[in-house]
Write a protein that binds this ligand. Structure first.
Ligand SMILES: [Zn+2]
Length: 108
């Protein structure tokens, strides 16, 4: 019973937020890129923040999306030289050793 009542309270809470300008999950997704770029108006930014607090699904989505964006950004920012410099030395040595073994095999 208390679980049911708390669900009804939550629904009422969500509806009251809806009446006061909270957004739907679809609106949240549509504004997400601008939110992360920092180009949203202060009001829309506030609405996204509110939705993030109220909706665990979108909170997880925001975290995953932000992480993926940062990883993609790192990849784009890296020049080829920087990318090569970030490859661990033991991996480079293992690749070189494997190539030498390969070419030794084909010469036999
Ligand atoms: Zn949502």
């Amino acid at each position: 019973m208390s679980r049911q009542r708390s669900l009804m309270e939550r629904i009422r809470h969500w509806m009251s937020w809806g009446l006061h300008g909270a957004m739907t999950c679809e609106e949240f997704e549509a504004g997400l890129v601008d939110y992360l770029d920092g180009t949203l108006s202060p009001i829309d930014r506030h609405r996204i923040n509110l939705h993030t607090r109220l909706c665990s699904h979108c909170r997880r989505y925001l975290r995953a999306y932000d992480k993926a964006r940062r990883l993609a950004g790192d990849t784009i920012r890296y020049s080829d030289e920087q990318a090569l410099m970030s490859v661990p030395e033991d991996l480079v040595q293992a690749i070189l050793a494997a190539r030498q073994e390969d070419s030794a095999d084909t010469r036999r």
